[in-house]
Design a protein around this ligand. Structure first.
Ligand SMILES: Cc1cc2nc3c(=O)[nH]c(=O)nc-3n(C[C@H](O)[C@H](O)[C@H](O)COP(=O)(O)OP(=O)(O)OC[C@H]3O[C@@H](n4cnc5c(N)ncnc54)[C@H](O)[C@@H]3O)c2cc1C
Ligand SMILES: NC(=O)c1ccc[n+]([C@@H]2O[C@H](COP(=O)([O-])OP(=O)(O)OC[C@H]3O[C@@H](n4cnc5c(N)ncnc54)[C@H](OP(=O)(O)O)[C@@H]3O)[C@@H](O)[C@H]2O)c1
Length: 372
């Protein structure tokens, strides 16, 4: 059977465990999902697509705000409005279409100004953390016809999660490492659609719609004697847990160096015991840790790279593969800037040459990123 976005596999949740400590700012969860008889075969670097359902209370609040009945049906759709909003549309993050429509139909000077202004950061700041319901509530007199409302929403999307297990160790299970997204604005609490669906709505034995998202590029070197350097702060560590177990079971002779970063050692050092074991078993040759908030001045993974710049450059220059996973917005860019700096200082060259060096690493598929 081929499982995909249109035809997802109904997998069973085997377990859910919080990895981050009780004083952490983050809620990092470890999920174990059964592959049952699906026949799904994954490789390190692949992700799992999870198809979530929207939060019940949010669905009901929107239905109330629209002034309709949950069992209302609408021409052109087979399901009730409750089912449509629960499983078919994104009802948390507002689309630009919805924001423009609302602005045109209410009298809200600030929103109007943000939309008119070429500087998109104004709108970004205005809408940051706001959900669809907040936009509907900008003016209590706003009335939207249900049919129009639905045209202003996007279809509900799946979310991807890097697989953090190795099929050689767990032929019938997939592990995920997920940071639950929760935030507050004024006194209202919000939660990301999929991460809170996993954390709040599911219990052991619950069924989840999933499908494999293979990644053809973010792969371990075929030549198992090649060394690898993995840079994965936060949930970016997920594929590297998979890489390390795979390399252990394949008895790969290449060396393994991991850079991991998190806010505090006490509450955010996820997979600590596993990494210590991998070090004891001589699988993980080098582990560099950057706990950003354990001292006054922040330390990030790229600072640890710089501290070991000579050895770091030697590994790369001798053919090691470099992998980066995690936050795309800041981390991946800052890591690349540091890579430039290290190459320039250790290879004694200028920015043009470090650019060519990195371009070549990419061409040889020895500098691979999986950032989001
Ligand atoms: C290939 C790939 C692999 C990935 N692997 C992982 C992984 O291993 N682990 C992992 O945790 N994630 C991973 N992700 C990210 C994941 O797919 C989701 O994007 C993420 O979990 C958020 O999904 P959500 O449905 O909970 O949030 P959504 O409903 O999509 O909401 C996210 C939105 O919420 C808002 N928001 C979030 N936090 C705040 C805040 N503090 N204040 C204000 N607004 C906020 C923002 O507008 C943001 O756009 C990966 C992504 C990709 C593409
Ligand atoms: N789009 C964004 O703005 C953004 C930013 C961060 C995370 N995220 C997303 O949030 C989810 C979960 O993230 P997470 O909690 O696992 O990890 P995370 O927020 O990426 O944090 C992990 C570690 O990385 C540090 N860090 C922050 N900025 C960095 C930078 N520029 N370079 C290197 N390290 C940096 C953090 O330090 P401090 O927290 O102490 O600064 C922390 O110690 C992911 O989906 C990620 O993509 C998005």
């Amino acid at each position: 059977m081929v499982w995909n976005k249109q035809n997802p596999y109904l997998a069973e949740l085997l377990s859910a465990k919080r990895l981050s400590g009780k004083n952490s700012n983050k809620e990092i969860m470890h999920y174990e999902i059964s592959l049952g008889r699906s026949g799904i075969r994954y490789e390190p670097g692949d992700s799992l697509g999870v198809i979530p359902l929207n939060n019940h209370n949010l669905v009901i609040d929107i239905i109330d705000r629209l002034g309709i009945n949950p069992s209302t049906t609408i021409e052109g759709y087979q399901n009730t409005v409750y089912d449509l909003l629960k499983s078919q549309f994104e009802i948390l993050t507002p689309t630009n279409r919805l924001i423009s429509y609302i602005s045109q139909n209410i009298n809200h000077k600030e929103l109007e100004e943000c939309l008119k202004n070429e500087d998109r950061t104004l709108l970004f700041k205005f809408k940051y953390g706001m959900d669809v319901l907040d936009f509907l509530n900008l003016d209590n007199n706003l009335k939207i016809d249900l049919k129009i409302f639905l045209t202003l929403l996007k279809p509900l999307q799946h979310r991807a999660y890097s697989i953090s297990s190795s099929i050689l160790e767990y032929p019938n299970k997939i592990h995920l490492t997920v940071s639950t997204q929760r935030w507050k604005k004024t006194s209202k609490k919000y939660g990301g659609v999929c991460t809170t669906f996993l954390a709040d709505e599911l219990t052991k034995g619950s069924k989840i719609k999933v499908f494999l998202i293979p990644n053809r590029t973010f792969k371990l070197p075929k030549d198992t004697s090649k060394s690898i350097i993995m840079i994965g702060p936060g949930t970016g560590i997920a594929p590297f847990i998979s890489f390390l177990h795979e390399r252990k079971l394949l008895k790969s002779s290449g060396k393994n160096w991991l850079f991991f970063g998190a806010q505090t050692k006490k509450d955010d050092f996820i997979y600590e015991n596993e990494l210590v074991d991998l070090q004891k078993n001589k699988v993980l040759d080098k582990l560099d840790l950057a706990f950003s908030q354990d001292q006054v001045k922040k330390i990030y993974v790229q600072d640890k790279m710089y501290e070991s710049k000579l050895e770091f450059f030697k590994w790369i220059d001798e053919g090691a593969y470099l992998y980066v996973c995690g936050d795309a917005l800041n981390m991946a860019k800052d890591v690349e800037s540091m890579l430039h700096k290290i190459i320039q200082e250790c290879h004694n060259c200028d920015s043009e040459e470090s650019g060519l060096y990195i371009k070549n690493l990419k061409k040889e598929k020895r500098y691979l990123q999986d950032v989001y």
